[in-house]
Design a protein around this ligand. Structure first.
Ligand code: KG4
Ligand code: ZN
Length: 335
């Protein structure tokens, strides 16, 4: 059994081939980051045009790497949403063309569910129930995974997603784009205790998140710096390390509260921010202290990729899902 996974919800053109044992035969990601850097963020029209340019070479590369012919594929899984409409359309067009010309079944996949399924690429043995912390550029959610396909939303961000806060802080501080990786790296040289930022809803009795006020507090602190402080790399490293400390502290605090309320003993973390080294380290320490198991996908499967879409599509295909060629992208799809 071979699944082709196509993911184009934002600015990465991704195609992967995954087999029935959840083994990744190829996962190719063509990043558009160099084109969007000059704008300090993703420009939707540019993203869609670049997908048009990149997708076929990425498909070729993935098939070549996996050593399979497109006719050997058993199903085509494609991200249906959430995401940018133009970007989603590009991936979906390619998936439909393959489905029509090669006579293959088409399976539309929820991008967020793909992030959740990504854990199976490294840990195929994981079985629900478990808690899932989904942290990406567009979402921050705590989900009770009662079974595959059976989800209960426990909490979500009321404003910015965690990754969005990273990106915005990095942009205002002039650190560049994309902000998550840059802040992660710079924070390693900084003192996370130098500044204290209280998180929104941190002490409230809710599993919802709020990162907008925290982001503003960091930006305001930076605005209050003298010229000399702004140019001091140590001050900047301390500032971003303190920001990161707050984000991670809040994510972990709410995760633990959700673990207590559900009684679950395992947590799966997914989405681009799951690649954060500080979150990985602190969550692991907390899990050891409290006796629960935490699973992080390997770094390349945290950020957007086609393999997570393939493995999720494979699951639904085996459950009987077959989509018609008239399915449309759903930019606002939720889990
Ligand atoms: O899942 P993803 O690739 O795309 C979305 O579905 O949004 O996540 C991208 C987000 C961006 O906001 C990016 O800055 C963040 O994940 N990110 C990180 C790290 N790597 C990516 N945030 C913190 N630390 C990282 N190492
Ligand atoms: Zn994503």
């Amino acid at each position: 059994m071979l699944a082709l996974g196509i993911e184009t919800s934002c600015d990465d053109s991704c195609v992967a081939v995954v087999d029935g044992e959840k083994k990744v035969l190829a996962s190719v990601v063509s990043s558009q980051v160099d084109f969007h850097r000059q704008f300090g963020g993703v420009v939707p029209e540019v993203a869609a045009r670049k997908h048009l340019e990149f997708l076929l070479p990425v498909l070729d590369k993935a098939l070549c790497k996996a050593r399979v012919d497109v006719r050997d594929i058993d199903l085509v899984a494609v991200t249906r949403g959430p995401g940018l409409l133009g970007s989603l359309l590009m991936g979906m067009c390619l998936a439909k063309v393959i489905a029509i010309t090669c006579g293959k079944p088409l399976v539309g996949v929820n991008h967020l569910e793909g992030h959740l399924f990504a854990v199976l690429l490294d840990y195929p043995e994981v079985v629900p129930p478990f808690l899932c912390l989904l942290v990406s550029g567009g979402h921050t959610e705590l989900v009770a995974v009662e079974d595959w396909g059976v989800y209960r939303l426990l909490g979500r961000t009321r404003d910015d997603a965690a990754g969005e806060a990273y990106d915005k802080v990095a942009k205002v501080l002039g650190l560049g784009y994309p902000g998550g990786v840059i802040i992660d790296r710079l924070s390693r040289k900084g003192d996370p205790a130098r500044f204290f930022f209280r998180g929104g809803l941190e002490y409230e009795d809710t599993l919802d998140f709020s990162f907008s006020g925290l982001k503003t507090a960091v930006i305001r602190t930076f605005s209050g710096f003298s010229e000399k402080q702004r140019e001091d790399p140590q001050v900047l490293a301390d500032l971003v390390a303190s920001f990161q400390e707050s984000v991670v502290r809040i994510l972990i605090k709410k995760t633990i509260r959700a673990m207590e309320s559900t009684g679950y003993r395992q947590v799966v973390v997914g989405g681009g921010v799951a690649a954060n080294s500080y979150l990985r380290q602190k969550m692991q320490e907390e899990a050891e202290k409290r006796g629960f198991r935490v699973y992080f996908p390997s770094l390349s499967f945290c950020t957007d990729n086609g393999a997570m879409i393939a493995v999720c599509g494979l699951y639904h295909f085996l459950c009987g899902q077959r989509d018609s060629l008239s399915i449309e992208p759903e930019p606002q799809l939720s889990l």
